[in-house]
Design a binder for this molecule. Structure first.
Ligand SMILES: NC(=O)C1=CN([C@@H]2O[C@H](COP(=O)(O)OP(=O)(O)OC[C@H]3O[C@@H](n4cnc5c(N)ncnc54)[C@H](OP(=O)(O)O)[C@@H]3O)[C@@H](O)[C@H]2O)C=CC1
Ligand SMILES: O=C(O)C(=O)[C@@H](O)[C@H](O)C(=O)CO
Length: 275
């Protein structure tokens, strides 16, 4: 199973989150993830691990062209004159000759520079520094504005999504525009959701762990989860999660776990900003 965007970007059904995986140990973990079957690494300028990502690609036995290397442009570099060298810096840090995907990390609406940042991403794509461009934590109003002012629709929107925060409206918007929805913190950063009685019951019925049930639910809803796992055993289970065949009733029951305040860290992109 894979996901394809309006502009032909094809991504695997599960990717690998790399936040907190740094240095040589991080590179080794990521290389092992690639060797065990992962084909998408999700990084960011602010994770300070783009160098480790590049090293992982070189250490692994997987051909460069089979890996989707993703990074993200931080809020403090949204202004066009800062965004251009920041994107170049991301590529340089990897030691690779291009990124496959770069996203604007957060819209930072009060700063109101994300359209300038988007223009810089468009130019980076034209220069061959990046193959595809997208956004993260963007609401419909932000994407509408990008399209209206530049004519370019993102290939990806990476958003918080898990059973306590299923993001039905944003996913519907993304799908209507041919935008792949990627799910960050798909396991809620291993919070209390992993012991939710409904999820435990469904996991027991399928003889798998709760993590696999959650990730299978993401894929069934058309979203690409990016679980991070240090443990090789968890990485393997997470990659195999889409094989868990949830029934329509189970999928609906999991979506029904949505909470009004379901975000893991109260990061509403309408007001929350990162730099
Ligand atoms: N665009 C954005 O703004 C954001 C993007 N992200 C991206 O999303 C990725 C994933 O999100 P993240 O916040 O890391 O959190 P996750 O929801 O992926 O949770 C990671 C935690 O879950 C544990 N875990 C992994 N697999 C399992 C399993 N099968 N069963 C039980 N526990 C498990 C991990 O343990 P252990 O590591 O010990 O094995 C770790 O403690 C990030 O790494 C990053 O790439 C994240 C936040 C914001
Ligand atoms: O992990 C990311 O991509 C982030 O945006 C993080 O900064 C995350 O939001 C966080 O850890 C905030 O404390």
């Amino acid at each position: 199973m894979s996901f394809t965007s309006h502009d032909g970007l094809t991504l695997p059904d599960v990717g690998f989150g790399t936040y907190k995986l740094n240095g040589l140990a991080g590179a080794q973990t990521m290389a092992e993830a690639l060797d065990s079957g992962y084909r998408l690494l999700d990084s960011a300028f602010n994770y300070e691990n783009e160098g480790a990502v590049g090293e992982a690609v070189r250490r692994s036995s997987v051909a460069r062209e089979e890996v989707t290397v993703t990074s993200k442009l931080p809020g403090r570099h949204h202004a066009h004159a800062k965004a251009v060298p920041a994107i170049e810096e991301s590529v340089l840090r990897t030691g690779l000759d291009h990124l496959d995907l770069i996203l604007i990390h957060w819209p930072n609406p009060s700063q109101d520079l994300y359209v300038e940042a988007w223009q810089a991403l468009v130019e980076a794509r034209e220069r061959g520094l990046v193959r595809h461009i997208g956004v993260s934590n963007f609401l419909p109003e932000h994407i509408d504005r990008l399209i209206a002012e530049t004519g370019v629709t993102p290939a990806v929107n990476q958003i918080e999504m898990h059973p306590y925060f299923p993001q039905a409206a944003q996913r519907a918007y993304d799908a209507e525009h041919g935008i792949i929805t990627e799910a960050w913190s798909p396991l809620g950063r291993a919070n209390e959701m992993l012991t939710d009685p409904v999820l435990v019951r469904i996991a027991e019925a399928h003889d798998v762990g709760v993590g696999e049930v959650i990730l299978s639910w993401h894929v069934a809803l058309g979203a690409l989860p990016l679980p991070k796992a240090s443990s090789a055993e968890r990485r393997r289970k997470n990659l195999e999660a889409p094989q868990v065949a949830l029934s329509e009733a189970e999928i609906a029951e999991i979506s029904g776990l949505a909470r009004p305040d379901g975000r893991t860290n109260d990061q509403d992109p309408a007001v929350y900003e990162e730099f």
